[in-house]
Design a protein around this ligand. Structure first.
Ligand code: SF4
Length: 502
């Protein structure tokens, strides 16, 4: 069942817009960015907006335009699946004036649209809210395709391949709080009212796109957040606060205290926070989470040793980690997941050894408290100071994984690892160029499993090259045409500053 927290537009519509999510509906319903843009289109005069996911039936009316939202590198599979279902040619150049305009936005597109750009007629780079409305205003006048693209290329944050050579990332001022506009029991986060309280992160860890593509760090006003919380709690008791660095909101404690008071007054509120910032975990914060029904949480330490945490600009000390675990245990959480990466540039066996030593200390100090370690491998990402770095060799990462699994299991600690193979393909997609489009189509046609990637590389005679091996600081990069702060020169300066710490 779906519960709308807004009133859809009732005006007659000139534009049939399919809001396409390249995965199952349960994930579409839990994607805050996608759902919010759907709400914006559904309340916009002249737009008939329809949600489409890979597992929902196709709408009966033909679209005039199809908007995709891409959050993950592998979302291209869902894009191609939906185009395939609609019998729309994959490449924009193969479509004629009568086929609908197909466009996309989201973090994957902002980070590096190169491998996918030939599929779309145009792309939204950066924050979507303001630009999306401007795009709809152009589309609903139904200009002829070429004229529409000409007008769209004039908008800040819109990249029309073949029309503009550079594009400036759109950065919105955060005024109206973004929250779950439709509650649903079919959502991955069932009937949960999610509120974005801040966007980006000031910490600027050297690998982190969540920080770098969302600079500057911005927060919503306190009053707006409380108003949104009040609206959400009228309809559900499950509430989650979202943001890469929510505890840096200047009124974070006030927001938590507001929720705490309501819980203390007898309301059955389930409160969720995706992860705690290790150096700012406080007993008060943990107590509120526990009161709100949270049993476990996550802290991200990101790297195996103190040296590496300094190198990546995480600057987290061992005693801060031990303290965060202690506070979590002493204040009622039942367990904690500790997340880290392996394969960070310059990482050695000594760093991995330091991690085991830390794990031993954590275990010794926190008996009967459930600790799980979760690892992924370093995937260098565009627009970060580590965008030039080499991806570590798969065999060497596998050896590190094996060693960590063995040593942690000796300590009785559970460990989980992301797939090294899939992280490899993610690196290729993240830093690839336009030559990858045919490769992605081939992967899709062959079912999208690991073998499909391997055979597509072979059959199309593609060498992963610098996307895996890394770039020189003097190289031009596939995504250089995106104007974003900090500039490439500032990223070079930051890379060199951090590398001196190795
Ligand atoms: S603290 Fe987390 S969100 Fe912030 S920059 Fe570092 S990794 Fe990214």
């Amino acid at each position: 069942m779906e519960k709308y927290l807004y009133t859809p537009s009732k005006t007659s519509s000139s534009l049939n817009l399919w809001m396409a999510y390249p995965a199952k509906e349960e994930f579409a319903l839990s994607s805050l960015g996608y759902m919010w843009l759907y709400k914006l289109s559904d309340t916009h005069d002249g737009i008939h907006s329809i949600r489409v996911s890979t597992d929902t039936p196709l709408p009966s009316c033909n679209p005039d335009a199809v908007a995709f939202s891409l959050s993950f590198d592998f979302d291209f599979m869902g894009v191609l699946e939906l185009l395939d279902k609609c019998k729309i040619p994959f490449l924009a150049a193969e479509r004629n004036d009568d086929t609908p305009l197909i466009f996309a936005g989201g973090p994957v597109i902002t980070t590096n649209p190169e491998p996918l750009k030939a599929i779309f007629d145009f792309l939204i780079i950066g924050d979507g809210e303001t630009t999306f409305i401007k795009v709809l205003d152009i589309l609903k006048t139904k200009p002829e395709k070429n004229e529409a693209l000409k007008q769209l290329a004039e908008l800040e944050g819109v990249y029309v391949p073949g029309f503009n050579k550079k594009v400036k990332k759109a950065t919105d001022e955060l005024i109206n709080v973004i929250y779950t506009p439709i509650l649903s029991d079919k959502s991955y986060f069932k009937n949960t009212f999610v509120i974005e309280i801040a966007r980006g992160c000031m910490n600027r860890c050297a690998f982190c796109t969540a920080s770098y593509i969302n600079l500057p760090f911005r927060c919503y006003p306190y009053e707006e957040i409380i108003e949104a919380i009040n609206l959400g709690l009228k309809h559900t008791n499950k509430i989650a606060l979202l943001g890469a660095q929510i505890s840096a909101h200047p009124d974070f404690n006030k927001i938590m205290n507001y929720l705490c008071k309501r819980i203390d007054s007898g309301e059955n509120i389930e409160l969720g926070i995706s992860s705690l910032r290790t150096d700012s975990v406080t007993p008060e914060m943990v107590k509120i989470l526990v009161k709100g029904g949270q049993r476990t949480s996550t802290i991200a330490i990101e790297a195996a040793s103190e040296r590496l945490r300094k190198l990546i600009n995480k600057n987290l000390k061992e005693d801060q980690i031990l303290n965060a675990v202690k506070i979590s245990r002493e204040n009622g959480l039942k367990g904690l997941k500790i997340y880290s990466m392996i394969g960070i540039p310059t990482e050695t066996q000594e760093d991995i050894q330091e991690f085991i030593t830390l794990a031993k200390k954590i275990k010794a100090e926190n008996k009967r408290f459930k600790i799980t370690f979760s690892f992924s491998t370093f995937v260098p990402k565009p627009h970060t100071p580590f965008q030039w770095c080499k991806r570590e060799d798969t065999k060497s990462l596998e050896a590190k994984q094996k060693y960590l699994e063995k040593e942690l299991s000796k300590l009785g600690i559970e460990s989980k690892f992301s797939s090294i193979k899939w992280d490899y393909w993610q690196t290729l997609l993240s830093r690839g160029n336009e030559n990858l489009t045919d490769f992605l189509i081939e992967v899709y046609k062959n079912g999208g499993k690991n073998g499909a990637y391997k055979s597509a590389l072979k059959s199309l005679n593609i060498t992963p090259g610098k996307a895996i091996e890394g770039f020189a600081l003097t190289d031009s990069l596939p995504w250089d045409y995106i104007e974003i702060y900090p500039s490439k020169q500032l990223l070079i300066n930051e890379y060199q500053r951090l590398m001196k710490r190795s």
